[in-house]
Design a protein around this ligand. Structure first.
Ligand code: F6P
Length: 407
């Protein structure tokens, strides 16, 4: 029976544990016996908060280094036992950043092929978000959030001093975790399950995404575009119906735009899910209509007939004067979307409360429409799109959340 060790590599907060979880879930779904061996978990269990202080990670701290190596070797032994006892893929989730550590992996795990997977994420904003999330780990509970962030940053700096990217190893893949892109790889014919693993690395990993358009706003009923109008009373009822619908559904992350109508739609949801994390991303703000912001379509037609005609002619490539067009929206929305996926990680459910044009752009990532059709994708306010996308399952369904159609 084919067996494999996978050793993750990467500085802290680069998405390694999320990758480990994806590999575990993906390969298990393919019928393989897989287990993750996480050095951080073992360290916390064995050494507790003592090992949270940044000095523990200083390359100058010989005792700390020895303790970390012991933890790593213990996990290597456990991984080996797992494969001995019928396991097929053992995933070693740790920074594994120095050549010395990797040499040790190669010495101790010599009974099956070893594939390294390096997780890369050099996006400062995402790194910051990731660090903030790590700072909430229980090992920092004796510190304030600011102290925890400082401590974790210092830890990263120590790791950076000894970190060597993959390059000389026999079999490896280097992946950008923000956009699931393989940037470098050295494949070996004796590595089993390689194509499956590659497929998992480059596939989206969306457990349940609920793509909602904000509820009816004052501007919607006046047919005005842009602006920052609040919800109408009917819109508020829609938002409440949305919250009622999601009462029993797990949604640890709620992403909105920075616009009032998006935040007001999220408010009743948050009341029911007080532990959910709400994040307002400017990348999800509605298309900017530039000089036309706040006007109705009819006013534009009368005051700027050429602009109106140009837009009607090709809605996808048209760009509002001093504003945006679908064609220019793509990058920012994709970026916001990648960011939301990275932040929400392996969450069982994530809601995005976007806008008409924004949701069309997000949907276009899944619907594969020709660009000219994207500005016409149907985005209702009383239904949402439920999206699942893993390497084995793809789903896109429109779900109604309002009890009666008059909403
Ligand atoms: O009308 C609501 C709205 O969200 C406007 O703010 C925005 O300009 C418009 O939809 C985008 O849709 P379309 O591209 O069809 O005008």
């Amino acid at each position: 029976m084919a067996k494999l060790y996978i050793a993750l590599v990467g500085l802290p907060a680069r998405g390694k544990s999320l990758m480990a979880e994806r590999l575990l879930e993906g390969l298990s779904a393919d019928g393989l016996r897989v287990k993750v061996f996480n050095n951080g978990d073992l360290r916390r269990a064995e050494l507790g908060a003592r090992s949270a202080a940044p000095e523990f990670y200083s390359p100058e701290n010989e005792l700390g280094r020895q303790r970390r190596e012991l933890i790593a070797e213990k996990n290597m032994q456990l991984a080996r036992e797992f494969l001995d006892q019928g396991g097929q893929v053992a995933i070693l989730d740790a920074t594994n950043g120095s050549r010395a550590r990797r040499q040790r992996l190669e010495e101790l795990l010599n009974d099956a092929p070893l594939l390294y997977i390096e997780c890369i994420n050099n996006d400062p904003e995402l790194l910051e978000t990731s660090i903030r999330r790590k700072a909430k780990l229980s090992e920092f509970s004796h510190l304030s959030l600011d102290e925890a962030i400082r401590s974790f940053r210092q830890r990263i700096e120590y790791y950076e001093q000894i970190f060597v990217p993959l390059g000389e190893e026999r079999c490896f893949v280097r992946v950008e975790t923000l956009d699931n892109r393989i940037v470098d790889e050295c494949a070996c014919s004796d590595v089993p399950f390689y194509l499956q693993i590659r497929d998992i690395l480059i596939s989206d990993w969306i457990r349940n995404l609920f793509l909602v358009r904000h509820s009816e706003s004052e501007f919607n009923i006046q047919r005005r575009i842009g602006g920052n109008a609040p919800l109408t009373p009917r819109g508020q009822k829609q938002a409440q119906a949305l919250a009622d619908h999601f009462r029993e559904i797990s949604i640890p992350f709620i992403f909105t735009s920075t616009r009032l109508r998006s935040a007001m739609t999220a408010a009743p949801l948050l009341k029911d899910h007080p532990d959910s994390i709400m994040i307002a991303l400017p990348e999800f703000d509605e298309i900017s209509a530039g000089v036309c912001d706040g006007m109705s379509y009819e006013e534009i037609r009368r005051a700027m007939p050429e602009e109106y005609a140009a837009r009607s002619d090709n809605k996808y490539t048209y760009v509002y004067p001093d504003g945006e067009g679908y064609v220019t929206l793509r990058d920012r929305v994709s970026r916001g979307f990648r960011k939301a996926l990275f932040i929400s990680g392996a969450a069982p459910g994530t809601i995005i409360i976007g806008h008409q044009a924004i949701n069309r752009m997000i949907l276009s990532l899944f619907m594969y429409r020709r660009s000219g059709a994207v500005p016409y994708i149907y985005v209702p306010q009383n239904e949402y799109f439920h999206i699942v996308a893993t390497h084995r399952k793809k789903l896109l369904e429109l779900v109604s959340f309002t009890p009666d159609a008059s909403f």
